[in-house]
Design a protein around this ligand. Sequence first.
Ligand SMILES: Cc1cc2nc3c(=O)[nH]c(=O)nc-3n(C[C@H](O)[C@H](O)[C@H](O)COP(=O)(O)O)c2cc1C
Length: 213
Amino acid sequence: MSQSPFFSEGFSNELRLLLEWRRDVRRFRTDPLPDGLVEELVGLASLGPSVGYSQPCRFVRVDDPRRRASVMKSYECANRAALASYQREDAELYSSLKLAGLSESPVHLAAFCDCATSAGKGLGRQSMPQALQYSAVMAICILWLTARARGVGVGWVSILEPEIVTRALEVPESWELIGYLCLGYPLDDDPEPELMRLGWEKRDIRAATLIDR
Ligand SMILES: Cc1cc2nc3c(=O)[nH]c(=O)nc-3n(C[C@H](O)[C@H](O)[C@H](O)COP(=O)(O)O)c2cc1C
């Protein structure tokens, strides 16, 4: 057993700042990220917990302009459908929102869950099979935070048609799309979620409530 490191109060305070300033980023500078940074972030994401230690998250870097164009087309299609589902003020506000930085962000990462992995031997997911997908989300969350710690913004795009994106990226059939991430240096920073600032949703005080039973 090696000795565990000591995390100082200063570190905890900085971690809190990181959590407060993480943000979903939709406005990016177009300049590239330093060589090797994406590999480093993916390596750190692999340190995340996973059910049965199944490590099911697979990141695909999407550089090919034709594949990116397919993803963009899928976004536009899904976004049109989403807009049509809202009425009156919500529709007006929705149409004014910027909900992806697909055209500006220098790095696109699609995150998949390898649903056919034998790693973990099924431990922990016999009665809750979705724990595998949750494990992939944990990896994404770590990547999101570690990217922000290096000054890099991440924007999660879910306004997409998963089958179209999966087909465009030619990944194995057993891989399920969990999230499509845009990475790059943010154009602006704010301690508050943009959707809150723009009046789409308020902070829900119940979300930070702890219920005792
Ligand atoms: C699973 C997931 C999917 C999301 N999909 C989108 C999306 O398609 N477009 C978007 O603008 N933001 C998306 N977001 C970002 C949320 O809107 C954002 O996290 C929320 O508004 C709070 O803002 P913050 O992340 O800056 O704190 C997504 C976030 C998550 C966790």
